[in-house]
Design a protein around this ligand. Structure first.
Ligand SMILES: Cc1cc2nc3c(=O)[nH]c(=O)nc-3n(C[C@H](O)[C@H](O)[C@H](O)COP(=O)(O)OP(=O)(O)OC[C@H]3O[C@@H](n4cnc5c(N)ncnc54)[C@H](O)[C@@H]3O)c2cc1C
Length: 465
């Protein structure tokens, strides 16, 4: 009999794993997804005829070639290579994002440039004062870039002071953490200088969500079933065969791969986790995101794919206009703006209804010096409660407690952005899923040594914007 595997969650990690299992054809796999569609945070929506994503998503050219081949094999010519055309607001001026050397020299505020260059020159003499996000970036980049960009950005994204966040947040989130890396990144996007994909990104025709949807379709076979609208209630862990209980069913499995929030997983286990693990689960923290789509009765609002707003006074972290980088068949005479607004449960952003949040977006765009948008013909929004893991020392030690305990549970693996608190890109999530599937032996047991090596390799993931 084929070993049975249950995968919890059908985002990139869960579907990456399902795809991996489907290739070997040696397992019976059931994927359980709470939402009505697959894709997780990478899923797409039709908003008034314009394909839109859950916040701006792009596939970075740094995706490893094996994965890119897999994605190409399911999307074919629908995987488009698009030019990046974003802007970032810095001290009241606009500079291109990703940063380009000549544009920075020409358009960045001169005082900021002088200070940033001075900080780069004295970097060898700066000493790290501690291990917080603020300490790591202050040592790497100096005060000018930190105070004007990364520190306000951190307050907005994670809702905490940079000194309260741990250094891990800086190391995982900031790919340009030193002057040399920053210069390397700037040069890497100059068209023609490094590679044919410099300054570009991959994007599927019809929306980013097509990547996972197509992989899910390619994974389905008589032994790989993907159930949407279906959540586990309890997981009875047994040595040998566990039972995953849903509202309708009891599914037996030799192996459970969980990509759902790690603290939720802990709460589902029977017998219960020890008190120390249950207590640790209460200390895991996430920052939430309100994604707001506004349909405007104009062909185009700006020519840019995205605007980034690091400053705290503007509640929006990023504004994108999907029509400018997505489907060329999008309707004429209207466009959709997509605003991403970080929030904490119960705060004013969470409580606002769609009209109120729409007004806040319009006011913020005007305050940022963008044209006042015409009256929207439609506003809708979605809340993403588990958008960004927050790394503080408390969270890291809580995660260590849970992770250490789960590692000893036979037949259970936690993986993915939500399962490992990994602030990662889609290609990292797909890689984690594929690797997890490869660590399940043909008898359904988990090769923990191989998994430990995979976990080590995941440590090198650094998020790209
Ligand atoms: C605003 C934003 C923009 C981003 N932009 C980019 C980008 O441009 N490029 C890029 O590469 N990456 C980007 N990312 C990152 C990317 O979205 C994630 O890396 C990726 O979605 C992680 O995949 P995952 O499967 O681990 O988690 P998720 O995508 O979160 O999937 C987890 C799945 O588990 C399901 N689930 C949760 N609880 C349960 C339950 N109890 N029962 C059953 N199912 C459950 C969820 O519904 C979801 O489908 C962005 C992320 C955000 C938030």
């Amino acid at each position: 009999m084929r070993p049975r595997v249950v995968i919890l969650g059908a985002g990139p990690t869960g579907i990456g794993a399902a795809w991996g299992f489907s290739r070997s054809d040696a397992f019976h796999v059931t994927v359980l997804e709470r939402e009505s569609t697959v894709g997780g945070t990478t899923r797409s929506f039709d908003v008034d005829g314009v394909p839109c994503d859950l916040g701006s998503h792009r596939l970075h050219p740094s995706t490893d070639p094996e994965l890119l081949d897999v994605i190409r094999s399911v999307l074919g010519d629908d995987l488009l290579l698009r030019p990046r055309n974003g802007r970032i607001r810095l001290d009241g001026t606009w500079i291109r994002f990703p940063l380009r050397p000549f544009d920075v020299v020409l358009n960045a505020p001169k005082r900021f440039l002088v200070e940033a260059l001075r900080d780069a020159a004295v970097k060898p003499f700066r000493r790290r004062r501690g291990e917080s996000f603020a300490d790591v970036l202050h040592e790497g980049l100096g005060p000018a870039i930190c105070e004007r960009f990364y520190f306000p950005y951190a307050r907005k994204m994670w809702g905490l002071e940079p000194s309260q966040l741990s250094g891990t947040q800086a190391r995982k989130r900031v790919s340009a953490g030193s002057p040399a890396k920053l210069l390397g990144k700037m040069l890497s996007v100059v068209p023609g200088l490094r590679s044919p994909t410099a300054g570009r990104f991959y994007y599927p025709r019809g929306g980013f969500g097509r990547i996972v949807a197509a992989l899910a379709e390619a994974s389905r076979n008589p032994h790989v079933e993907i159930r949407t609208g279906c959540s586990p209630i309890t997981i009875h862990l047994r040595n040998g065969t566990s039972i995953v209980e849903t509202a309708e069913d009891r599914i037996e499995a030799e192996c459970v791969l969980s990509t759902i929030p790690i603290e939720r997983l802990v709460g589902m286990l029977v017998p219960s986790a020890p008190a120390s693990v249950i207590e640790a689960a209460t200390r895991i923290r996430w920052r939430s995101l309100r994604v707001v789509w506004m349909t405007l009765p104009v062909d185009r609002y700006t020519p840019y794919d995205a605007h980034y707003f690091p400053e705290l006074a503007i509640p929006i972290a990023r504004l994108s206009e999907p029509k400018n980088y997505g489907d060329s068949a999008a309707p004429r005479g209207r466009t959709v703006l997509c605003a991403e607004i970080p929030y904490d449960a119960g705060d004013a952003i969470d409580r606002a209804d769609d009209d109120m949040i729409g007004r806040r977006v319009v006011d913020a765009l005007e305050a940022a010096g963008l044209p006042r948008p015409p009256t929207p013909s439609g506003i809708r929004s979605v809340r993403v409660p588990h958008a960004y893991p927050i790394y503080t020392q408390t969270v890291e030690s809580a995660f260590g407690t849970i992770d250490g305990w789960l590692n000893d549970m036979p037949g259970l693996l936690t993986v993915g952005r939500l399962g490992l608190l990994a602030h990662d890109n889609t290609h990292h999530a797909l890689r984690m899923g594929l690797d997890a599937a490869r660590c399940v032996r043909s008898n359904g047991t988990i090769d923990r040594d191989a998994w430990a090596r995979c976990r080590e390799s995941f440590r090198s993931h650094v998020v790209e914007d």
